[in-house]
Design a protein around this ligand. Structure first.
Ligand code: ADP
Ligand code: MG
Length: 581
């Protein structure tokens, strides 16, 4: 099949062979650029290699990975941090499936992204005749993503791209799948005819203001509450409404609790931060205002500790989110920017809040913080280090570099880092999020560094790192300012699991406490450190951040540091006999 461009073997841009003709691949790249896509993450091979070359030739950045799942995590992070869809490019069959994991995760987390996958020709797939990388990709993707489309003709590509973009970003954002068949990619069109297909779509992410009566109902409930609280979720971080939240908190004096990735949307240590008062809010608040946060398992689905009398106000873009677990007394459905503007305007200057509510939360915060500091202090010099020793060493360095984006995954490493490291800026914490999945690390680092130009530090459990470790090499090839800190306790949860059969195979949770992850860093040319003491750790981290270059820090912990499943051990199906000790 003739194409107008061919893959340059030497890196030199080839001259078009047929200047008055274009291929589906040219049209695809141009359509993406028309909607403002400037970066693509992916992993090439048949049939999409040339798409990536054309993208580079046309001035788009192509970030090539070692595993599609990580390229997808990067695209999702790009989408979350920029409020525009991140784009993932995958090959057919396995590449598609590997990437789909990330696109599905993006859908669960409300991150806008588009997975574009090449697919083999339809006819032998539909008749099960056996073809190269044959798989009915569209049918597989459909139930797992927000929307899925297939393009079968080059002239449909611009429309398909605009539809995919709108589906990814409008309403509740999510992952979109766009299937482009090999014949469509290779199809040739007359360039003048192709020119006529392109258009600049108007208002790609329209505002969706709430109904005035919904705003009035919410404002009345908030204004008359005795012990109100805000809960900010990552929907609010994504929506970039921190200025409005500040205005809302300033106007009402109501305290706020941030969900994990909303940490820093207003300062974690601000006077009205109720970060340490989650249980008290659940037990005592009469009115709780959910702002871009879901009342899902991360908030006990409104059950458990929650008072049966708590009334909920919920600001969300998705009407189907309302009432999913508890009745919501005042739903405000709309985009957060519009909803918050309307709510701030509708609220009176005087609130009915109890005069003792905020001081009691502040007193509690002070007491809990003091206890937390004592715990860090008590572990500060432990040898070998445990999670708290390491975090006590990291805390001042990260807090002195507030513009560094923190990527965080693991079990104990996730829970303890979230509890220890205060955030002071919005969208500076990226973690396992709603699905609580492992394996988002290296991809998220790349997406964060590429899409913002900022420095990134990943704090990773050794097990969590394993899922994406090879893509540390992507950080190195692209020379990104990313430091990966690995808490090596030699296992999933910890490294002291015992094989109950008495056999010599390692226990299911056991990895390698003596593994030298710093050597992995060296293999790809990163500045690498192996640290065994808190002072070595804080010095290495400060130096690595200052270098603005790829760095790897292997933090040697004791194998006994960490407990089964971290904070969520209660989710195990039966009380585990403790094989790990
Ligand atoms: P968290 O895990 O931090 O609680 P979730 O991901 O569970 O956050 O919830 C985010 C919520 O934010 C989702 O219900 C989503 O529909 C909503 N959301 C996302 N973007 C917007 C927006 N622009 N305006 C309003 N709500 C939004
Ligand atoms: Mg571990």
């Amino acid at each position: 099949m003739a194409t107008t461009t061919s893959t340059p073997a030497t890196g030199a841009a080839p001259a078009p062979k047929y200047p008055d003709q274009v291929t589906g691949m040219d049209i695809l790249v141009r359509a993406l650029r028309m909607v403002g896509i400037d970066t693509m993450y992916g992993l090439v091979g048949i049939p999409v290699t040339e798409v990536a070359y054309i993208a580079q030739m046309q001035g788009m950045r192509f970030v090539g990975f070692r595993h599609e799942q990580q390229a997808g995590m990067a695209a999702a992070t790009h989408g979350y941090l920029t409020h525009t869809p991140g784009v993932l490019l995958t090959v057919s069959s396995l590449g598609f499936l590997n990437g789909l994991t990330a696109t599905t995760n993006a859908t669960v987390n409300c991150y806008p992204m588009i997975q574009i996958s090449g697919s083999s020709e339809r006819e032998p797939i539909d008749l099960l005749q056996g073809t190269y990388e044959g798989l009915d990709q569209l049918s597989i993707a459909k139930p797992l993503v927000k929307a899925a489309y297939r393009v079968n003709r080059p002239e449909d590509i611009p429309t398909a791209v605009v539809r995919a973009y709108r589906a990814a970003i409008s309403g509740r954002p999510g992952g979109v799948y766009l299937d482009v068949t090999t014949p469509t990619l290779g199809a040739i069109m007359d360039a003048t005819e192709a020119d006529k297909l392109f258009y600049s779509p108007v208002d790609l992410c329209p505002a969706m203001p709430p109904a005035p009566e919904a705003v009035k109902r919410a404002a009345e409930l908030i204004a008359t509450a005795r012990k109100p609280a805000f809960i900010f979720g990552k929907g609010a971080a994504y929506a970039r409404v921190e200025d409005r939240l500040k205005a809302l908190v300033d106007k009402t004096g109501i305290p706020y609790f941030p969900m994990s990735m909303a940490k820093g949307i207003l300062p974690d240590d601000g006077p009205l931060s109720a970060l340490s008062c989650r249980s008290t809010i659940m037990e005592e608040s009469d009115v709780v205002v959910l702002v871009g946060a879901r009342l899902n398992w991360l908030l006990s689905r409104g059950k458990g500790k929650w008072s049966a009398d708590t009334k909920f106000v919920q600001l969300d873009i998705d009407p189907e989110e309302i009432d999913i677990n508890r009745p919501v007394a005042a739903p405000v459905v709309g985009d957060l920017a519009s909803s918050l503007d309307a709510l701030i305007a509708a609220l009176p200057d005087k609130m009915a809040m109890d005069a003792s509510w905020v001081p009691s939360l502040q007193a509690q915060t002070k007491e809990k913080n003091a206890r937390f500091a004592q715990r860090l202090e008590a572990n500060a010099a432990a040898s070998p280090m445990n999670h708290w020793t390491a975090l006590n060493a990291i805390k001042p360095v990260l807090e002195a570099n507030p513009d560094v984006i923190l990527v965080n995954e693991g079990a104990n490493t996730l829970d303890d880092t979230r509890d220890t490291i205060n955030m002071s800026r919005p969208r500076h914490r990226i973690d396992c999020a709603t699905w609580a999945i492992m394996g988002m690390g290296m991809g998220s680092c790349v997406g964060a560094a590429v899409s913002t130009g900022k420095s990134v530090v990943a704090v990773e459990g050794d097990s969590a790192f394993g899922f994406s470790g090879m893509d540390f090499s992507t950080i190195c090839r692209f020379k990104l300012p990313v430091t990966v800190v690995i808490f090596n306790n030699g296992g999933i949860y910890n490294g002291i699991g015992v094989n109950p059969s008495g056999g010599s195979d390692p226990a299911p949770t056991t990895l390698d406490v003596n593994a030298r992850y710093d050597k992995l860093g060296e293999a790809f040319g990163a500045k690498s450190y192996y640290v065994t003491t808190p002072s070595e750790l804080s010095e290495a981290l400060a130096e690595a951040i200052a270098s603005k270059a790829p760095a790897m820090i292997d933090v040697q912990l004791g194998a006994d540091s960490g407990k089964e499943s971290g904070h969520i051990g209660y989710l195990n199906p039966a009380p585990l006999e403790d094989f790990t000790v």
